[in-house]
Design a protein around this ligand. Sequence first.
Ligand code: CO
Length: 468
Amino acid sequence: MKHKKPNITEVVLRDGQQSLIATRMKTEDMLPILNKMDKVGFSSVEVWGGATYDCCLRFLDENPWERLKTFKKHFTKTPLQMLLRGKNLVGYKEYDNSVISLFIKNSISEGVNIFRIFDALNDINNINHSIQCVKKGKQNAQGTICYTTSPVHNEKYWLNLAKNIEDVGATSIAIKDMAGLLRPNTCYELIKKLKKNLKVPIHLHTHSTTGLSDATNFKAFEAGVDNIDTSISSFSNLYAHTATESLISMIYPDHENPFDMHLLTEISEYFNNVRKKYKKYEGSMRGVDVNMLTNQVPGGMLSILEKQLLDLNKSDKLRLLIDEIPKIRKDVGYVPLVTPSSQIVGAQALMNVLDNKRYQTLNKEFIDMVNGYYGEIPGDICPKLRKKIDKASSGHKENTNIQDVSFYKEEFKIFCDENNLKKLYKNDTDLLNFILFPKEAKDFYLLKNKSSLNDIIGLQEGFGLYVE
Ligand code: CO
């Protein structure tokens, strides 16, 4: 039987380098190869997202908007894609709709065509406004299913969620399997059902961590998926994705292959050399980690937890920490582990292990998540934990400190006036840097040297476990 061939999205510039070298790749190391990448014929290139935005300001002394402009200049044919954390945009907390609108409006005018919009808890209320903004800007609003496995996450749950996402007006839907949990046959059945019940195109994004991704992507192809995400071979596998060239070779016989394999080899060799520069950011995993199928810790999360334990001189606790994560997940109603829930659960797991007692110290974000401030929890909260949370949160109110754009404008003006940076004030994208990463943006604009401590602790808000 002949199957329709899926389109291919190349992710090396965002998720590939995020998964393998902690998002540290500089724009100058991408620049020389962009024109060649534009010639391949990818349906899109994923270039931007929360972690790339954050790392540009925090570690690389780059303005993320300048990077986006550079991409737009070089990708003249290929649509640009970004990953958006719903109401959290590219950050870790909830923003007012006026901030969301401003962010999306500017992202569109600087060149983003496809917005993959997700919410860690799969709460549609957290992605709806972003979808509407992208549609208003006449671009592709891709709604997302954050895939996970649990007693509450069955096929009926996914179909229902996908249908709801389509109903609010998403242009396409992505299955986002950040931890590589989606098994080939489950994927086949799910995509068959989605194709049967929905009208919008279905995209698949899965990771290689558990060793399933090649087979899962192939089964998705057999089930008629519309688009598959891959990463160029020299930035593929391990915590990343199926290799672009491998997927192409799986689905096309040589004589029908529309892709220029020599061009892809050139691109891969280029990135192979770049990767050597960033050796110190590589994770320790070799081959695959099948334990992920039971403990559900996504690759990006694991590599950063490892580093945190190392910095705290507690590397011997890694096994305990890994075992603690699924236990917490069960206690909090089986939330999927992706930013920011992965940070929240990871940070709480670290507390539980360091304290040698579960939930003795409760992180504020953890309390907020259990209280539903991040969105609707998919399953039930463990009653014992519920009690502890109720006790800890008595007198503690939901964060109502969500400000609109005019509030930030005021603050930004003061900062600009005080520092003789009047030119900045006129620019929406500088304002957005200031809103989304106030400390990092100030440092960036004031050209201060970054504190090396930042590099150790990672993100101040939520421990810095990028998982997308
Ligand atoms: Co990913």
